[in-house]
Design a protein around this ligand. Structure first.
Ligand code: SAM
Length: 255
């Protein structure tokens, strides 16, 4: 775990993973590298998401939102909306388009999102949400925790923009704890799928995104650190449910 005390803001900074210098030269270049990578791979993203999850990705997002208590009367924010797979799941569950906003730093991902549905989409970062306090009943973030600069800032922002009572759902892929599971996932996500993507699409950027995706999963801070960072941001009833200890659903409540 990489963590450090930030005395100016008197919060405990929690960086989700070490600097991955095999992909970008130094931490200052990380956010630009990530945005650029998603911009370039945006057109292949939905297909890759389906392949990674053996076609279960859309149904899984819907079920996770239901389990977390999303209801059609809520006003919801989809942080890291990307091409909109989580946003679409929320719409499928009856959230009105006017009650759903998506935010993401990648213009390429936002453009794909905009082509498919009409909800309000904003360019921006989870760590600096351009919304007023207490603006939402429900905040969701799918598979993007590993891309933020600081989990403490992210969760403080989630807490600020939520009303009381309000809820957060965070979806993540967690590094397997067994050696066999880790070896299998390293091969599947880190080697096999990038190769398949390189051969199938001839697009180096989409394959590179998958390699980066796996590197961030392998290096990500453990679930216990994520749970305690939620609690430190003021959330209650913080829980993690998981399938096969790999697909993680973190739910936290602002009372
Ligand atoms: C793996 S995609 C997930 C997209 C969507 N949530 C889903 O479930 O398919 C990760 C997204 O996180 C976005 N992202 C990267 N850094 C971010 C940040 N600091 N704050 C919010 N989103 C970020 C990327 O641009 C990308 O669209």
């Amino acid at each position: 775990m990489i963590s450090e005390h930030n005395q100016i803001e008197s919060t405990t900074k929690l960086v989700p993973h070490r600097a991955l210098t095999e992909f970008y030269p130094a931490p200052a270049q990380r956010a630009g590298f990530v945005s650029d990578l998603f911009d370039r791979a945006a057109r292949d993203y939905d297909r890759m998401s389906g392949v990674i999850a053996f076609g279960t990705d859309r149904q899984y997002r819907r079920s996770a939102l239901q389990r977390a208590g999303l209801s059609p009367v809520m006003r919801a924010l989809d942080v890291a909306t990307g091409t909109g797979l989580v946003a679409q799941a929320a719409l499928d569950l009856g959230i009105a388009p006017a009650n759903l906003i998506g935010i993401d730093p990648s213009l390429g991902m936002l453009a794909e999102n905009r082509r498919r549905r009409s909800i309000e989409l904003v360019q921006g970062l989870g760590e600096r949400l351009p919304f007023q306090d207490s603006a939402f009943d429900f905040v969701v973030m799918g598979y993007a925790l590993r891309h933020v600069e600081d989990l403490a800032k992210l969760f403080a922002e989630f807490h600020r923009v939520l009303r009381s009572p309000g809820r957060v759902l965070l979806l993540e892929i967690t590094r397997p704890s067994s050696r066999v599971g880790l070896a299998l996932m390293r091969f599947y996500l880190g080697k096999f799928l990038p190769l398949l993507t390189r051969l199938g699409t001839r697009r180096h950027d989409s394959a590179r995104l998958l390699e980066y995706y796996w590197a961030t999963i392998e290096e990500c801070v453990p679930p216990a650190a994520i749970l305690s960072s939620f609690a430190a941001a003021g959330f209650s009833a913080v829980q993690r449910k998981s399938s096969a200890n790999i697909l993680s659903e973190y739910v936290a409540v602002k009372k």
